[in-house]
Design a protein around this ligand. Structure first.
Ligand code: SAH
Ligand code: SF4
Length: 373
């Protein structure tokens, strides 16, 4: 079960609830601070108990519709702004911000109160923007080619920490509307299911981001995919396949030993038929490993059977994995092979490589120690 995985990956990550703790408190991961975006309306009404009732809506609107910081809520009395800032400060502190040379991609490195680190990427397009969010600090899945996986799991992120990443990116996007969210930053979203889903519900209901523009990317946690298919909101599903036979996938993506390809394909089929949402496969092309004609043929068999779109991307090099990404002519050859086999395929542009903002590479610098405060 996905829940087993949550527990197994983070056996000590819950807040060690005392009998006095509310369910919300118990769901807060150990180490996570309680930020403004971790409050629900009830928490907020307690915090504003001495205020006129309309204040709760006013603050909620400011947080979610406007992505405002407490100090920017100038329609509130100064004392109230300070109360908000004192009682529910930002859960994540900015450690670094980098901007790509073309100015269109921004990456942040954040630190929680326990110094756990995560990253977020904002990708700007002429008329809109996409935010790539992290769902965990680190990841327990151990994919061999992934910088995050090589570092292991530090802890789960709270829903508020996920939402805070979006709010921050929205402020930075300024007049560009953030229309799309992808869970392709650090971590495996389906191994932090409850909190990720709670954040998606709030993005959809309160931040005005349509579920159809939210993509959950998973390494292939089958019970999590099944559970997702029963949710009311129709999010997009991206499955990081990378290999279409069990022997190779077992090597690249160790969770495949637990949830093999047959079970994964079946869960994808169910997702498609229940949700009628777009399904895509991610395929990081690794030179001489998964870019051969036989790999294309195996992938085409699975992708055409599910009418799935395939996104190929040359592997970003990481220190912990010796093999390199497929060179550009090999990427084109692989794409053309897939196309000729009837697969809808896109070569993903690797945005922000000059600031190491490419997905899957986000932990590369995160392991470095904090600069002095
Ligand atoms: N854990 C989730 C989401 C985060 S990883 C998942 O695995 O899907 C986001 C994407 O980056 C995944 O498709 C992942 O396989 C890919 N990725 C990881 N390391 C990479 C690398 N070194 N080069 C290219 N893509 C990589
Ligand atoms: Fe985790 Fe995804 Fe990296 Fe695999 S690719 S280690 S699941 S973040």
């Amino acid at each position: 079960m996905a829940d087993d995985l949550e527990a197994a990956g983070t056996a000590t990550s819950y807040s060690g609830a005392t009998s006095a703790a509310s369910p919300r408190e118990r769901s807060r991961p150990r180490g996570a601070g309680r930020g403004l975006y971790d409050l629900d309306r009830t928490d907020l009404s307690h915090l504003l108990a001495d205020q006129p009732p309309y204040r709760v809506n006013q603050v909620w609107e400011a947080l979610y519709a406007k992505a405002a910081l407490p100090e920017e809520m100038t329609n509130l009395p100064l004392s109230l702004r300070s109360r908000l800032a004192d009682h529910a400060p930002a859960a994540l502190r900015t450690v670094a911000e980098s901007v790509s040379s073309d100015g269109q991609t921004v990456k942040w490195l954040w630190e929680g109160s326990d110094r756990a680190r995560v990253e977020t990427v904002l990708m700007c397009y002429p008329d809109r923007a996409t935010v790539c969010v992290s769902s965990q600090a680190g990841c327990a899945m151990g994919c061999t080619f992934c910088a995050t996986g090589q570092g292991g799991l530090a802890r789960q992120l709270s829903s508020g920490e996920i939402l805070e990443q979006v709010a921050h990116a929205r402020r930075r996007a300024r007049t560009r509307r953030v229309t799309n969210i992808v869970f392709m930053g650090m971590g495996e979203p389906l191994a932090n299911y409850e909190r990720v889903w709670a954040s998606i519900e709030r993005m959809n209901a309160d931040m005005g981001i349509s579920a159809r523009h939210i993509t959950v990317s998973t390494v292939g946690i089958v019970p999590g995919i099944r559970r997702l298919s029963h949710e009311s909101l129709p999010v997009n599903l991206a499955v990081s396949l990378h290999a279409a036979n069990d022997a190779l996938r077992d090597r690249l993506v160790p969770i495949n030993r637990r949830y093999g390809l047959d079970a994964l394909v079946e869960a994808c089929r169910q997702y498609r038929s229940v949700k009628n949402r777009r399904l895509s496969f991610e395929w990081a092309l690794i030179d001489g490993v998964n870019d051969r004609r036989s790999d294309a043929a195996e992938l085409a068999r699975i992708a055409t059977g599910l009418a799935a779109h395939v996104n190929v991307i040359p592997l970003n090099p990481t220190d912990g994995f010796a093999t390199r990404g497929t060179p550009p002519d090999g990427v084109r050859r692989f794409r053309d092979l897939l196309s000729s086999m009837g697969v809808a395929v896109t070569v993903r542009r690797n945005r922000g490589t000059d600031i190491e903002a490419a997905c899957g590479q986000l932990a590369a610098r995160a392991a470095q120690p904090s600069p002095p405060a």
